[in-house]
Design a protein around this ligand. Structure first.
Ligand code: PLP
Length: 389
């Protein structure tokens, strides 16, 4: 309940609510086997380590990675991308080289690359998109040159909902010898992701957008790439031997996991994945598509609406504005009526610049949303528009 009204939570692209089994897994860890991992011979530490490493395997199988040591635990998508941008950039970028991203990236897949490009005097190049929010596919081949060192691209846009043809994009990049990092933050909870089938070199995602706790995320990297990259952060766990003269580094995945990890987050993420698996990701995808179709149908009742992102392939994320009404004003009134939507630039200012708008209202749906909630949203939206016009 919010403001004594039933809550309609339509801000799932920002973060999802957590199922009880995820919350229980965290309590259980602290109640029964809280301990640091990989370090103790004692019972609790061994139990926590076993559970932690078991969770890594669950995640490996969920995205079909070849090896469990290709799963690196991070704070989230942002840290996963920073890890690659920094380590790849420090090792492989030289002045005059190019990094390719797209116009529909979240800031998390822009800023780390811009920072390392500036440091290394490399150039950031951008694949444009069209008016409905689809990448200009034929530009990709043209923009990959002999200087392109890496392509970093989103699987699914958090603003437009666009699902990019990521497998084809990876094929094009690989045919030119360019590795690909995929930002999967908005993809992993909505459709099957198979990193081997995609042939992704790196795949980044966050737990909290897929029913898991905050502060835990994953970087998948192909073994050969992870072995080529230097460590990211230094500290405990990531070392082999330390003297003041020389340091050797641990093997994968520990080379990239300095310090005490987020054990409760990892255990919660495993439970969230098991929760998704118990329902079935295809079933979730179909259900969410049904909700999106219903929403789009009902939105026809609203005149003067402008959509951002009407790609043929899209997840249940809908960004729009109504007439001249500022998205923030609409968002505030909807909130008072118990409807949680997102307003603003959604950490993707270049998309706002492209459409020359300050922001949008974004509805993003998840597996627990219903058509009845969409009906409540529609009633509230109509009332809010009447109040503001
Ligand atoms: N990439 C995309 C497409 C996102 O939607 C988000 C978050 O909204 C991120 C990256 C960053 O994720 P996090 O803040 O969990 O690191």
């Amino acid at each position: 309940m919010v403001y004594k009204r039933p809550l309609v939570y339509f801000d799932n692209a920002a973060t999802t609510q957590k199922p009880q089994i995820v919350i229980d897994a965290i309590s259980e860890y602290y109640e029964n086997y809280n301990s640091n991992i990989h370090r103790g011979v004692h019972y609790l530490s061994q139990q926590a380590t076993d559970q932690f490493e078991q969770a890594r395997k669950t995640i490996q199988h969920y995205i079909n990675a070849k090896h469990s040591h290709e799963i690196i635990f991070t704070k989230g998508t942002t840290e996963s991308i920073n890890l690659v941008a920094q380590t790849f950039g420090m090792s492989f970028l030289n002045p005059g080289d190019e990094v390719l991203i797209s116009e529909m990236e979240h800031h998390a897949n822009i800023v780390p690359w811009k920072m390392i490009c500036d440091l290394k005097r490399a150039t950031l190049k951008v694949i444009p998109m069209n008016e409905v929010g689809e990448l200009e596919f034929d530009q990709i081949e043209r923009l990959i040159t002999s200087k392109t060192k890496i392509l970093a691209i989103t699987h699914t846009s958090n603003v437009l909902g666009t699902i990019n043809p990521i497998k084809k994009i990876i094929q094009i990049a690989h045919s030119k010898g360019v590795p690909v990092l995929v930002d999967g933050a908005q993809a992993v909870s909505h459709s099957k992701v198979d990193v081997q089938e995609l042939d992704a070199d790196f795949y980044a995602f966050s737990g909290h957008k897929m029913y898991a706790p905050m502060g835990i995320g994953v970087l998948y990297g192909k073994e050969e790439w992870l072995n080529k990259l230097p460590p990211y952060q230094g500290g405990g766990e990531m070392i082999g031997k330390v003297t003041f003269e020389e340091i050797t580094y641990n093997e994968l995945p520990f080379k990239f996991e300095a310090g005490t990890p987020n054990v409760e987050g990892v255990l919660g993420l495993e439970k969230a994945i098991q929760y998704i698996q118990s329902i079935g990701i295809e079933k979730i995808a179909n259900y969410e598509q049904g909700l999106l179709n219903y929403l789009m149908d009902r939105m026809k009742e609203i005149p003067n609406i402008h959509y951002y992102g009407l790609s043929k392939e899209k997840v249940a994320v809908l960004s729009f504005n109504v007439g001249d009404i500022h998205p923030y004003d609409l968002g505030v009134i909807l909130d008072q009526m118990g409807i949680a939507v997102r307003t603003g630039h959604h950490c993707a200012q270049p998309i706002m610049d492209k459409f020359n708008i300050p922001g949008t209202i974004r509805v993003s749906l998840a597996l627990y949303n219903t058509k009845a909630e969409i009906d409540l949203f529609m009633d509230a939206l109509k009332k809010a528009i009447t109040m503001l016009e």
